[in-house]
Design a protein around this ligand. Structure first.
Ligand SMILES: Nc1nc2c(ncn2[C@@H]2O[C@H](COP(=O)(O)OP(=O)(O)OP(=O)(O)O)[C@@H](O)[C@H]2O)c(=O)[nH]1
Ligand SMILES: [Zn+2]
Length: 186
């Protein structure tokens, strides 16, 4: 990220909305916003799938694993406003190829820290699981509230968007999928 350029843009935005960027309350704002951007968009400079490379081998284990309700905050690419919610990831390892549980949450956070669409965020998490673990199946469910729908526009606070991405046997085997959805509490 080009921090000086972000700072200049924020200063310009403040002026454009009719503010005085030099008033005492705002002098530090471009720097603060730029630092916030480094954090909020930090996932653009990394491959969040890399976290999943921390793996363990539990030979023969092909039992379902669920990490549920991982909180995240992301930014919608249409309005550059936050959308927040939780992601749940279910997978069935292939011959005991498992990853660290926290690494799944780190992967979610990494992809969330980009300008996103909820649908893309959901697919990217599922595809990273497939790429890094070659599991038998993956199901990702993301539920979020978009502030572009709550603080502006249609103004429907409480409206939730739910997206899913399904790969492998969880797509083809309805019994396994039903079990996954049960473990996800859906
Ligand atoms: N599919 C999808 N749409 C999103 C997401 N985040 C925001 N949106 C939508 O993007 C759309 C952009 O529509 P536009 O008509 O171009 O923008 P707008 O005039 O600000 O639309 P309104 O929000 O309806 O006022 C809106 O319907 C948003 O609700 C997302 O993650 N996925
Ligand atoms: Zn939006």
């Amino acid at each position: 990220m080009d921090k000086p350029r972000v700072e200049a843009a924020v200063r310009e935005l403040l002026a454009a909305i009719g503010e005085d960027p030099d008033r005492p309350g705002l002098v530090g704002t471009p720097d603060r916003v730029a630092r916030a951007c480094e954090e909020i968009f930090g996932g653009m400079q990394e491959d969040p799938g890399r976290y999943l490379r921390k793996q363990f081998h539990e030979p023969g284990n092909e039992e379902m694993v669920v990490v549920r309700d991982i909180p995240f905050a992301s930014m919608c690419e249409h309005h550059v406003l936050p959308f927040m919610g939780k992601a749940s990831v279910c997978y069935i390892p292939r011959d005991g190829r498992i990853t660290g549980l926290s690494k799944i949450a780190r992967c979610v956070t990494g992809y969330a820290h980009r300008l996103q669409l909820q649908e893309r965020l959901t697919s990217q998490i599922a595809d990273a699981m497939v790429r890094e673990l070659d599991p038998l199946g993956v199901l990702v469910v993301v539920e979020a509230e978009h502030t572009c729908m709550t603080i502006r526009g249609i103004r429907t606070p409480g409206a939730k968007t739910v997206t899913s991405a399904v790969r492998g046997c969880l797509k083809t085997d309805s019994k396994s999928r039903a079990e996954a959805l049960r473990l996800l509490g859906l």
